[in-house]
Ligand binder design. Structure first.
Ligand code: 13P
Length: 286
């Protein structure tokens, strides 16, 4: 069913839970995520990568996800992830995305704010003031779509500066805030080291929910602590891909021999993504 992403996340936080978000490059994965969410009776978020949204077929995928989300038995949001191109953002919203991470984190501070404000104004001018905006302060290392591994640094660059949080949130009007606290996109080389003291310092400076990107590789016992620090949304991508690709690699030969049985192979894809989503939902739920 349709939901406002901020309402979904705030509601989860009130129960000490966080909502998982999963990158969907395709419809098979999205179906599996929604099925897992329905089985658990909890809401979830379908993330669309900006490279996906930048293509005509990607926009058609967003429209298909919109239909899937609206027909689901639990609240499902469709979010355009990490977008900085205003055209891609407006196209994705027109196609059916109900929320956007307006990502100016690689820009100087004032430009980051101006980007978020500009997108907010453009959406309002289109009559889409309802679109929920997440903004990002601080920069994450790693690639969003390909996982090559990032060294775990003692003092990671790009940590969110907690002193900027109040000003950033009030001037951008962001409804969720993505933070950099030692998390990275892709794989961690070594044990991930989240900077809980930075997260704590951020959490006391704003009431809007925080978002933890780069959750793949962070142990479940760490992730469960996040909601207590107002982290209401946790983003997964790499681990989901790892599981699906490993199973496809293992199963493809047998399924080719079984009369080029793509249908059964897709069943394995579904099972892998569904199990991953179910585990994340259970981990983050209280
Ligand atoms: P991972 O690929 O590290 O899980 O990160 C996903 C993410 O943050 C999507 O925005």
């Amino acid at each position: 069913m349709r939901t406002q992403l901020d309402t979904l996340v705030t509601g989860a936080l009130q129960h000490g839970s966080a909502v998982p978000a999963f990158t969907c490059y395709d419809f098979t994965t999205a179906l599996a995520v929604v099925a897992a969410a329905e089985e658990s009776g909890r809401g979830a978020i379908l993330l669309v990568a900006p490279k996906t949204a930048a293509t005509p077929n990607g926009l058609r995928l967003i429209t298909a996800l919109r239909g899937l989300a609206d027909a689901a038995g639990v609240p499902i949001a469709v979010q355009l992830d990490h977008a900085a191109d205003p055209q891609v953002i407006t196209d994705a919203v027109s196609a059916g995305a109900d929320s956007v991470l307006v990502d100016g984190s690689s820009l100087p501070y004032e430009d980051n704010i101006a980007l978020v404000q500009g997108v907010r104004a453009a959406l309002a001018a289109q009559g889409r003031a309802d679109v929920v905006i997440e903004a990002e302060l601080g920069g994450l290392a790693g690639d969003e779509d390909r996982a090559f591994g990032t060294d775990v640094a003692e003092e990671p660059a790009g940590l969110t500066d907690s002193a900027q949080v109040e000003d950033f949130v009030s001037r951008t009007g962001a409804q969720l805030l993505a933070v950099a606290v030692g998390n990275v996109h892709g794989k961690y080389k070594g044990e991930p080291r989240l900077r809980w003291e930075v997260l704590q310092d951020i959490a006391v400076r704003t009431r809007i929910p925080l978002v933890l990107h780069g959750a793949s590789g962070i142990p479940a016992e760490e992730l469960v602590k996040a909601a207590a620090m107002n982290v209401g949304k946790v983003n997964f991508n790499t681990e989901l891909r790892t599981g699906v690709l490993a199973l496809l690699e293992e199963q493809t030969t047998a399924h080719r021999a079984d009369g080029e049985n793509l249908q059964a192979l897709l069943g394995h894809w579904d099972a892998s993504a569904r199990t991953f989503a179910a585990t994340a939902l259970a981990t983050l739920s209280r």
